[in-house]
Design a protein around this ligand. Structure first.
Ligand SMILES: Cc1cc2nc3c(=O)[nH]c(=O)nc-3n(C[C@H](O)[C@H](O)[C@H](O)COP(=O)(O)O)c2cc1C
Length: 402
């Protein structure tokens, strides 16, 4: 278990069934050496006892701003912490926090703290997908709060079935808490859209054209941006790697779906990093039934798929940083510079095709970063995680100048 010894965590608990899992989270944090102060909403106390948290953390649990005629020093609590985690976060809490209310101890602390805030929502799937909740969550993210998208899975009560709304597991929230305390929040309040992986173009219901992209580079960029506190939207084709926790994932299959997802995500985006490898060609028509071997055509006519960086240009907001990738077989820098100009990019991450230890599927990459300002920076062969950090550094620099 990673050590967060000596770190101060303020753990907010609001009134949902998932609060029983927060007991495990409190235990994980305490065992890892953190000092944990629990603040419960009034409703949370109906679900789990304060005594349980007091026994686990060895510290008093706080509930009210004013109790027994005495005012609690909520400003001190708010300032004497390295991280605020709210788990579970109810729909009601998210709405009140989004409005800047301070009508209970936890919301008052949120206004008074300058520590990073991690929110783990839990609710019925209809509540989670309601546009009102979606808008409240988007607002919290725009304020720099890190919101862990709930998982799809069995919901609390037996009759609720399976849907998005299930709180992330205590171990996942613990990991996100450790990451939030370990890293600077230099991208807090920023929305970074990252695309990753290949796309698939259907030939018939069971066959497709694709490429060898694994999605590792895009996933590494998504992880690096999320670790700096960005709200990350990861638009992913079929990936060979797991998606990181703490990012919002939009799954796509075809280049047309990727194009639509990018267009929609560009609204409100501060940066777009196009690390996906969309299939350049697609069959001109898709057979509705599986093509039989006996009647298979001798050739499949192809057409060009949309060029997403060009076709979504009209959806960009002014000031959005746009990063493209280029895989070249010759004249790496000149070709990448031409791409940068033609598609109005801020940065191109260029790869030489066919180099050992680089490109599709590999865990390492050797890239050259070509900037709109004319800069050309050839990076040494390094892990994709390390290359991703450099790319995100450049995105940060570009954003700070806007
Ligand atoms: C049995 C029961 C379970 C509930 N579970 C949830 C839940 O999982 N998520 C949620 O947003 N609200 C849930 N609610 C509703 C909240 O408890 C209610 O909105 C409350 O006002 C939240 O207050 P708080 O955010 O101050 O804790 C539940 C209510 C009941 C009675």
């Amino acid at each position: 278990m990673r050590s967060i010894a000596g770190q101060r965590v303020l753990l907010g608990v609001t009134g949902g069934i998932a609060s029983y899992k927060t007991v495990s989270l409190a235990r994980l944090l305490t065992q890892a050496g953190a000092r944990v102060d629990v603040v419960m909403s009034r409703s949370a106390r109906e679900f789990v006892g304060a005594v349980t948290f007091e026994a686990l953390t060895g510290r008093p649990v706080h509930v009210d701003l004013i109790a027994d005629g005495h005012a609690l020093d909520h400003i001190r609590l708010a300032q004497d912490t390295d991280l605020v985690v709210v788990a579970p976060a109810t729909a009601d809490f998210i709405a009140r926090a989004g409005q800047g209310r301070a009508d209970d101890l936890l919301t008052a602390i949120l206004l008074a703290t300058r520590a990073p805030v991690l929110v783990a929502p839990a609710m019925n799937d209809q509540m989670w997908t309601h546009p009102q909740t979606a808008s409240n969550v988007a607002h919290l993210r725009s304020l720099g709060y890190r919101v862990l998208d709930p998982a799809v899975g069995p919901l609390a009560s037996a009759d609720e079935g399976v849907g998005p709304g299930r709180m992330r597991e205590p171990e996942e929230i613990f990991d996100a808490a450790v990451a939030a305390m370990a890293t600077p929040s230099s991208l807090a309040g920023r929305t970074v859209v990252v695309t990753a992986g290949p796309t698939r173009e259907a030939i018939d219901p069971v066959r497709f054209i694709s490429n060898r992209s694994s999605g590792k580079m895009g996933v590494a960029v998504a992880k690096a941006a999320a670790a700096r506190g960005a709200h990350v939207i990861l638009i992913a084709g079929p990936l060979e790697v797991a998606v990181p926790s703490g990012v919002h994932v939009v799954r796509v299959e075809s280049t047309a779906e990727l194009e639509a997802a990018v267009r929609s995500a560009l609204r409100g985006a501060d940066a777009l990093v196009m690390a996906a490898a969309p299939a350049d060609f697609r069959p001109s028509s898709v057979a509705h039934q599986k093509i039989k071997k006996a009647t298979a055509p001798p050739a499949i006519p192809l057409e060009l798929s949309p060029d997403i960086l060009a076709s979504t240009r009209d959806a960009r907001e002014s000031g959005t940083v746009i990063v493209g990738f280029a895989l070249e077989t010759e004249n790496l820098v000149a070709n990448a510079q031409a791409k940068l100009a033609a598609k109005a990019l801020d940065l191109v991450v260029a790869n030489q095709a066919g180099e050992t230890g680089s490109g599709f599927g590999s865990d390492t990459n050797r890239v050259t970063l070509i900037g709109r300002d004319g800069s050309v920076e050839a990076l040494p062969l390094a892990s994709k995680d390390s290359v991703a950090c450099t790319i995100v550094d450049r995105v940060e620099q570009l954003l700070s100048g806007r």
